[in-house]
Design a protein around this ligand. Structure first.
Ligand SMILES: [Zn+2]
Length: 239
């Protein structure tokens, strides 16, 4: 299979030499792929601006002998002009790409994981919500079997007075077993909606305090399981 076609989202790029770029792609059928786009940094490149982070493309790839494949064609499927033109939305998109990159591996296609990323980018482009990124983190973790347990205290199994959440413990905790981060009833309800198949309802929540709480829980959980900080979620702290 030296030459094949697939769909992909560009996750990350690195400069290579004078005019080339290495791309990390999340493909629909082949998992994460590293590929070289030759001449992509020249002004009259045949690839135009189609191979920037967040771009959703149909690609033809040539399987080389080493680890790096070669992009021989790329056609745009989505260009996401709004999220690429707006720094806040682009920061959110970068967080989606970062987590998608960490959760995927090479050569292992996972259509559901790929569709989740494309769906989240399209939602971010069309109707951004403060809960979009945390909801993606939670759904992506759930897809890997790593979502926090929300039904009962992870220590004593009671379903009453669930007041805290700890990713290291694996989920929510009651008032007697509490540790980790305090959790309000409203935030717990939103977390349950996201993971219980009511994502669109959850995305309508606008209460800033609840959104911040859900965001913190989702970021904690993602960072705990990825064993690293998500750079794109800490831009504000560095500023
Ligand atoms: Zn308990």
């Amino acid at each position: 299979m030296p030459l094949y076609r697939d769909e992909a989202v560009v996750l990350r790029t690195w400069k290579l030499g004078e005019a080339d770029r290495i791309l990390a792609l999340l493909t629909a059928g082949h998992g994460q792929v590293r590929a070289v786009a030759k001449g992509v940094r020249r002004t009259r490149s045949k690839f135009g601006g189609r191979l920037e982070p967040t771009c959703h493309v149909a690609v033809q790839l040539h399987e080389g002998r080493g680890d790096l494949q070669i992009v021989t064609q790329a056609e745009s499927l989505d260009t996401f002009p709004s999220l690429r033109g707006d720094p806040d939305r682009f920061a959110d998109a970068s967080a989606l790409l970062e987590v998608a990159e960490r959760l995927s591996s090479e050569g292992e296609g996972d259509r559901r994981r790929y569709d989740m990323l494309v769906g989240a980018l399209r939602t971010l482009e069309q109707r951004p919500s403060p809960l979009l990124v945390p909801a993606f983190f939670l759904k992506a973790l759930a897809h890997e079997g790593l979502a926090p347990a929300l039904d009962a205290c992870v220590r004593c199994q009671t379903t009453d007075r669930l007041v805290a959440v700890d990713p290291g413990e694996g989920g929510v905790l009651c008032a007697d077993c509490r540790r980790g981060r305090p959790l309000s009833e409203s935030a717990l309800a939103v977390l349950r909606a996201v993971l219980g198949g009511h994502l669109s309802t959850a995305l309508e929540v606008e209460d800033a305090r609840v959104c911040a709480e859900v965001d913190a829980v989702a970021t904690d959980a993602a960072e705990y399981h990825l064993e690293r900080r998500i750079r794109s979620r800490h831009v504000m702290e560095r500023a």
